[in-house]
Design a protein around this ligand. Sequence first.
Ligand code: FAD
Length: 488
Amino acid sequence: MDAAVRLHIAAAPADLATLATVLRGTLMTPDDPAFTAASQIWNEAHRATPMAIVRVANAGDVATTIEFARLNNIDIAVRSGGHSMAGHGSGDGSLVIDLRDLRGLHIDPAQRLAWAGAGLTAGEVTSAAAAHGLAVPFGDTGSVGLGGITLGGGIGWLVRKHGLTIDALLSVEIVTPDGDVLTASADENEDLFWAVRGGGGNFGVVTRFCYRLHPVDEVLGGALVLPLTAQVLRGIVPIAAEASDELSIIAMIMEAPPVPFVPADRHGEMSIMLTFVWAGDPDAGRDAIAPFRALAEPLGELVTPMPYPAIYEFTAEAGTPQASTIRSLFMPSLDEAAVEAVVDALTAGPAGSMVQLRVLGGAMARVPVDATAFAQRDAKVMLSIMNGIGDPLTAADAIAWNRRLFARLAPRASGVYANFLEDEGEARIRSAYPAGAFERLAAVKRRYDPTNVLHRNQNIRPAAVRRVERETGFEPAASTLGRSRSAN
Ligand code: FAD
């Protein structure tokens, strides 16, 4: 960071007005009429009032804001698309580094490369790349920010064909907690590049991503709505797992939605909405989904060739802000006990309950386990239990239902995806990083953020903190994990 700027903000530590004068971007405080809208995050269950929001204009603003927060011992929250399930993109009393104005996007179709600012959403990059018949494998919802999805891994509609989002990541521009602006790639700061591919926002604030683009033009996609029975549910995972990599499915076990392709008298019936993308020849795709249709007569279906970005229309509503709770797990299979638990729970669940099932494998599984911090390469199934909890009269029951089903399934878990965690304690974070990845991340954290400046995330505390705890026998409670900033 510029030495003059450092002197300036150091001279008047707690003064936000001073900070505002040295930024290229804008600083918003709660007295700004636009502040409430700017502090909106996706998960309203974690609604918060930050001290201020800095809408950064460049990497220099990020460095300045981090320095200001460090000098004043203020918590930092980092926000890209605001879709953190744990609400980490905001926080009471925190200084939000809001990246949404970093919207630069350059696509080089000949080289099949995209350079994208960290304020863009998955949907925006997908639409722009689709104009060239190209795509990055992001997630299932267009409004999710590039920042969170990429740094956590990124599991979506192309996961079996083209892998995770991080498997398409070639480099990042990242501002470290020390204010250095670095490039991390396979050839530069390799430890950092390994860590940001799955380790979340623990190591710095990424301002720009460079992705390799895959050829993805028209796809066969849509939804088959099947009745919820044990026999149908049992059949889904084996069919999806045996299909070729062109097929990636997301099955949502939920009340049949009031969409035109489901007859009105079946709306609200508990069902399995099997959504999918087949990234290949449409006729072969129709053959690939025929076995699902053979499981039971669908309540309704909409299956059609479409431009790849159109699949986001099926999930657009999920991207609107809502109060929500989630528990998620990877599983080696959906065994008989799990089928029974899910069917039991969903047939007697509170309104709006949902279980989401993703069948993995394919390209994601072909990357060596130690190539990226995301180390769940052999996960076969991801199951997520989701409840809306916006109604105070029913929220407690919905949370209790969610946790009861989770408790039944947890013994079958083979880990969890960090991007689908709420604040669930260090054991759960640890289970996101098997095969030595957690320890390796803690070592990288110690190198780049030894005092845990960036802790409003699925926090990997620096290795030194961990050693002190082992030696003293002290293990902090989950609620205090983020505050262990005195590592040295
Ligand atoms: P934010 O709240 O802005 O960021 C989340 C956290 O990530 C931040 O607090 C910070 O710690 C870190 N972070 C974000 N940007 C940066 C950055 N540039 N530099 C450093 N740290 C940063 N995930 C999937 O993999 N596949 C899916 O299909 C999928 N679908 C989803 C659908 C919905 C409706 C929602 C709400 C989430 C979904 N997710 C999915 C999970 C999603 O990937 C995570 O919630 C992700 O963290 C959201 O990213 P964001 O940038 O929008 O969130």
